[in-house]
Ligand binder design. Structure first.
Ligand SMILES: NC(=O)C1=CN([C@@H]2O[C@H](COP(=O)(O)OP(=O)(O)OC[C@H]3O[C@@H](n4cnc5c(N)ncnc54)[C@H](OP(=O)(O)O)[C@@H]3O)[C@@H](O)[C@H]2O)[C@@H](O)CC1
Ligand SMILES: [K+]
Length: 476
């Protein structure tokens, strides 16, 4: 499991550890891990042209000490000083190791560009030590100008701890920020490493252990081993009823395909049986594609909503939401959700547009502040929220947040959400809590999409068809 802590939690853990260690120990651990990661990124250090962007805080200190390490191993290291008070000991270490430092404003001897801009344009890698967890969102003009030179010349940027400019505790990117090819972080992940849009700006994230002793994390990203441990695998005594029966109230004359696709997702989950409840013509289409599906009867969980169109029966859905059996509420079904009552066994699976309608805010705002609005909806409607997107945010009604990061952009295709709703329903019927069903569902859905895609286009049915193989690979 990956854990993401808040800046406040990290600062407290750092203070506790620093009180027990000689001064500077943590920065040395961070800087050494950073230097090794940069060296691996470059595939060697000898002769490499490394430019460090140095702000006023300890983030710049990490970069300067890492620069000293690289300079001792033959790299040509130039520090661009963005502040007139860079980390003094780090700067001295760099200069002792043979690196050079130039103020960002220094003019170049040749053309109209500054010396810093020329150095960045000719670098093999730029190291972003502008700000870390002490920074405010955004880049100051002089920092923005050099970052833009790196972008223009295609020079990769390795971010120290966090890509400067992102909002570390929310994953929001309201202002200009660094887009990193690699982020090297220390002690633990921060929320910006897991939650989009900032997570995308991080690129791959490499974690360097510096020995922090941390409290429980506010945001977690489950990994394959965690998902495997949660999956309800049948045992010798299982029968189709004990494995769970899922009821599907999805599809309509208008959207019969949604019923067929959601059923495919459900049948590829851990349930023993699937019941379809809906118009006769749609039920026939479902049984033609999936002859194992049966009609109305007792169920352990429901998936309601995908493609309901005109079939939306709000009073009936509200009855089911208030009943004991857990429910996945998707797409059109979300129109039946109200903020009264206890819905802790309800999992809603909106995309940003649907969540924006539920909360009465515009879609772009939800996209930009995904964590905030997933949490708000969970609290407002007393449900678990699975907010679909490049990183899926899952928020429980008690404040717990998980993030799923293994999706492929190819998954943005019609019907993919119906597969997910069916699968999550099957996981609920299999006995998982809403939070776990959402976590396992999002993970396997993305894993199946990756398998089916192999880097190319996919259909929703292809994703459903790849689910058993994705599950086998997970469990083997
Ligand atoms: N905690 C740990 O466990 C460990 C932490 N370590 C490292 O320390 C880092 C945190 O260091 P930190 O506290 O010195 O803050 P940091 O982010 O370098 O700079 C803050 C200063 O920047 C400024 N500033 C603010 N916003 C700005 C902006 N948008 N653009 C430009 N400048 C801006 C502002 O100062 P101002 O210029 O306003 O005077 C502010 O005071 C952490 O990320 C990690 O790398 C590791 O060494 C070891 C373990
Ligand atoms: K940084």
């Amino acid at each position: 499991m990956r854990h993401a802590h808040t800046v406040e939690q990290v600062r407290a853990a750092e203070a506790a550890l620093m009180a027990r260690l000689p001064e500077g120990t943590l920065m040395q651990r961070a800087a050494t891990g950073l230097a090794v990661a940069i060296s691996n990124f470059l595939g060697g250090t000898y002769g490499a042209r490394v430019v460090l962007l140095i702000g006023s805080g300890d983030n710049g200190g990490d970069a300067l000490y890492a620069g000293a390490y690289l300079a001792r191993r033959g790299a040509q290291v130039t520090a661009v000083l963005l502040s007139d008070k860079p980390h003094a000991a780090g700067l001295a270490a760099l200069e002792t190791a043979g690196g050079q430092a130039i103020p960002v404003t220094a003019s170049s001897a040749s053309n109209g560009t500054t010396a810093a801009q020329s150095a960045v344009a000719g670098a093999d890698v730029v190291v972003d030590g502008i700000v870390g967890i002490g920074g405010r969102p955004g880049l100051r003009p002089e920092a923005l100008a050099v970052v833009q030179v790196a972008e223009r010349y295609g020079v990769p940027i390795v971010a120290v701890d966090t890509p400067s400019g992102v909002d570390v505790d929310t994953g929001e990117t309201p202002e200009p920020h660094v887009n990193a090819a690699l982020t090297v972080t220390f002690g633990t992940h921060k929320i910006c490493h897991l939650v989009d849009p900032a997570a995308t700006a991080c690129g791959p994230v490499h974690l360097v252990d510096i020995g922090l002793d941390l409290p429980p994390a506010q945001v977690q990203a489950l990994q394959a081993a965690d998902i495997k441990a949660l999956y309800p695998v049948p045992h010798g005594e299982s029968d189709k009823y004990s494995r769970g029966v899922l009821g599907l109230m999805v599809g309509s004359a208008q959207y019969p395909g949604a019923a067929v696709i959601a059923t495919a997702g459900a049948l590829a989950g851990p349930v023993g049986m699937v019941r379809y409840v809906g118009p006769d013509a749609v039920a026939s289409a479902v049984r033609e594609a999936h002859p194992e599906v049966v009609g109305d009867g007792r169920v352990q969980a429901w998936t309601i909503g995908s493609g309901l169109g005109d079939e939306l029966d709000v009073p009936r859905i509200r009855e089911l939401l208030d009943a004991e059996e857990p429910v996945v509420l998707d797409a059109d079904g979300l129109k039946a959700l109200d903020d009264s009552g206890d819905h802790v066994d309800v999992l809603i699976t909106p995309h940003a547009g649907e969540l924006s309608r539920l909360l009465g805010v515009d879609r772009a705002t939800v996209e930009a502040e995904r964590l905030k609005y997933a949490r708000l909806a969970a609290e407002t409607f007393d449900v678990t929220v699975l907010l679909k997107g490049s990183t899926t945010v899952i928020a429980g009604p008690d404040g717990e947040v998980r993030v799923n990061t293994n999706a492929t952009p190819w998954l943005a295709t019609a019907g993919a959400g119906d597969v997910l709703a069916g699968l999550c329903g099957a996981l609920l019927a299999g006995g998982l809590t809403a939070l776990d069903a959402a976590s396992v569902g999002a993970y396997l859905h993305a894993a199946a999409a990756n398998l089916a895609s192999g880097g190319g286009p996919i259909t929703a049915i292809a994703v459903a068809q790849a689910l058993p193989e994705a599950t086998r690979r997970l469990l083997s």
